[in-house]
Write a protein that binds this ligand. Structure first.
Ligand code: GLV
Length: 318
């Protein structure tokens, strides 16, 4: 008998075709965002769930999932949307999709860095409005070469950002729970705490996972550590930033610009960001290339296959 799988969001066609060959799958043809109640109902008789970051699978939801569900394969590298401990207690494996989205996400991180430094929000607006003329001091921005990039979270994505930023002539600084070996550091300068990292960051790129420790790590106190006129970009998770505090720092000119791909309470975006001339915003596009989204879904499918055939999975996170 074929296993039954709930796929909570619409995937690219080739991925859905593969799923239909493997399992008796409930696909989300209209790509609606399921409420918790609906997700629980649709999981009836399912052996596994292929979830996405917009599915909030907290302890309450996990408690109510049918006992037959043994794996939640998250279509993402981040898994802050799932209570992995509650899942473990119920003997449900949670898996993620590392590596395959590293390059695409690092590219978006570079886009945020470039766009913030070179004032793309205002540049695009002025060009669209045909409201500009060349002048020597028109929309003067910041140059990346010879500036210091702080990377908060030097995991796979952080290191991929460092590799790209080096090519732009930036000096790389980072903070991680642990100092990396020199073969991974590649000359990047380690800071044992955020105070030390932020104080040398002309630009900060946030690339760490959302945890209790990193929640609101950018707040009114830590913003004081930055050099005046620093820039902050976030391609990881919105949870890391206290939005009111960063908007105040922009107002005070302590912070020069902000680049964001992720937000607290997505798809909402704090209204203070929407029309701010020095804020460059994108709608969570980090992994959004055809290759990466295909590879991510393939890996999420591989994870379920591996689990069904071995009861184990190399990408288990709990
Ligand atoms: C995207 O945000 C991911 O975590 O994969």
């Amino acid at each position: 008998m074929k296993k039954k799988i709930l796929v909570t969001r619409k995937l690219l066609k080739s991925n859905e075709e593969r799923i239909l060959k493997l399992w008796n799958a409930h696909l989300n043809l209209n790509d609606e965002v399921y409420s918790s109640k609906k997700l629980i109902e649709l999981s009836e008789d399912c052996d596994g769930i292929l979830s996405s970051i917009v599915d909030k699978i907290d302890a309450e939801v996990i408690k109510k999932l049918p006992g037959k569900v043994k794996i939640i394969s998250n279509f993402a590298v981040g898994f802050g949307n799932i209570d992995v401990n509650a899942a473990k207690e119920k003997n449900i494996m949670v898996t993620n999709t590392p590596d395959v989205l590293t390059d695409a996400t690092a590219e978006i991180a570079m886009l945020l860095i470039l766009a913030t430094a070179r004032r793309a929000t205002q540049g695009i607006k002025r060009a669209r409005e045909k409201n500009w003329k060349w002048s020597a001091d028109f929309l003067i921005g910041r140059q990346l070469s010879d500036s210091r990039l702080g990377i908060l979270g030097m995991g796979r994505i952080g290191r991929a950002v460092a590799k790209r930023a080096r090519a732009f002539g930036m000096e790389i600084h980072y903070h991680n729970r642990k100092k990396l070996n020199s073969d991974l550091e590649l000359g990047a300068i380690y800071h044992p705490n955020v105070k030390s990292l932020f104080s040398v960051s002309d630009i900060l790129s946030i690339n760490c996972p959302a945890t209790d420790e990193t929640k609101n790590i950018i707040n009114s106190e830590t913003l004081k550590y930055f050099p005046k006129g620093a820039m902050i970009t976030n391609s990881a998770r919105g949870d890391m930033i206290d939005d009111d505090a960063i908007l105040q720092a922009l107002k005070d000119k302590k912070i020069y610009g902000v680049g964001l791909d992720v937000y607290k309470g997505e798809p909402d975006i704090h209204s203070g960001y929407l029309n701010h001339p020095e804020v460059f915003i994108l709608p969570h596009l980090g992994s959004s290339t055809e290759k990466t989204r295909t590879d991510m879904a393939d890996l999420a499918i591989d994870n379920i296959e591996e689990f069904f055939s071995t009861q184990k999975c190399k990408n288990s996170v709990n």
